[in-house]
Design a binder for this molecule. Structure first.
Ligand code: DGL
Length: 275
């Protein structure tokens, strides 16, 4: 990874919104942010070299998140969106205490799911760490009187997305295992509590059946981020479409290849300096 691969002076320096995830899953949130904030520049960091976070210790995820935040601070981004539920539940408090910058984080869409369900049964799909977190437990306590909320840890799904596998036998076998108990219990609404799973929506819908609603929180988080940035009077004054610059801690070629599918536009990808 030569320093020459990293643009020396980027035109977004000091003006962009930072977005990070354990890998490429947060690109699902970036899509929603691009829709909500057409004129902003975005700097996206995929920590694919250290993904998945979902079964790692809290100390590991906090340490990784701090490395990524240090990069964001050096790039003088005006706000950071943690496009990762696992990093949110494990690290957001530590990050907010350490960095003096607006940090917008994920929350699984349990509240809207509880309002949307007709059968009164909601499944929540997320990583093991997210499912075991106090945040998800609190959401279940808060909304559990309105519906039966069934959390389901789904190890292996993040790896599929990181490997660029969105359909096929391996994905279907995992999804059968995770979704069957939920569907059999009558769940008609599934919450995608991991940003990677948004890229498996088609496969999830196929296994769960057409009557099951599959919902995620990317649009809500993007709206919230836009409101925060605008309230801070930091919205881009430009009328031009903003640009996206991607960084990864994983193999560059893999990121380039997968981003061609996941972002569906020309994506400049660079290795993350000193990660
Ligand atoms: N996209 C991350 C999330 O939303 C995946 C975490 C992982 O790497 O396991 O939780």
């Amino acid at each position: 990874m030569g320093a020459s691969c990293v643009p020396a002076v980027e035109s977004w320096h000091g003006t962009a919104v930072g977005v990070f995830d354990s890998g490429l899953g947060g690109v699902s949130v970036l899509h929603a942010m691009r829709q909500e904030m057409p004129h902003e520049h975005f700097v996206y960091v995929a920590d694919s070299g250290f993904a998945p976070y979902g079964d790692q210790s809290e100390a590991f995820v906090v340490e990784r998140a701090q490395r990524l935040m240090d990069f964001m601070m050096a790039a003088r981004v005006k706000a950071v969106v943690i496009a990762c539920n696992t990093a949110t539940v494990l690290a957001v408090q530590a990050l907010r205490a350490r960095y003096d910058i607006p940090i917008i984080a994920m929350e699984p869409a349990i509240k809207p799911a509880v309002h949307a369900t007709r059968t009164g049964v909601v499944g929540v799909l997320a990583t093991s760490r997210t499912i075991a977190s106090a945040s998800v437990r609190n959401l279940c306590d808060t909304f559990g009187h309105r519906a039966r909320i069934m959390p389901m840890a789904c190890p292996g799904l993040v790896d599929c997305v990181e490997e660029g596998i969105f359909t096929g036998q391996a994905v279907d076998t995992l999804l059968e295992t995770y979704l069957r108990p939920l569907v059999e219990a009558g769940a008609d609404t599934l919450v995608l509590g991991c940003t990677h799973y948004v890229f498996l929506r088609e496969a999830i819908q196929k296994i769960a059946g057409p009557t099951v609603q599959v919902i995620d929180s990317s649009a809500a988080v993007a709206r919230h981020a836009a409101q925060r940035i605008s309230a801070l009077q930091k919205a881009s004054p430009s009328t031009q479409r903003g640009r996206e610059t991607f960084y990864t801690t994983g193999p560059l070629h893999t990121a380039q290849q997968h981003l061609a599918t996941l972002w569906k536009a020309d994506a400049a990808v660079y290795p993350l300096p000193s990660a």
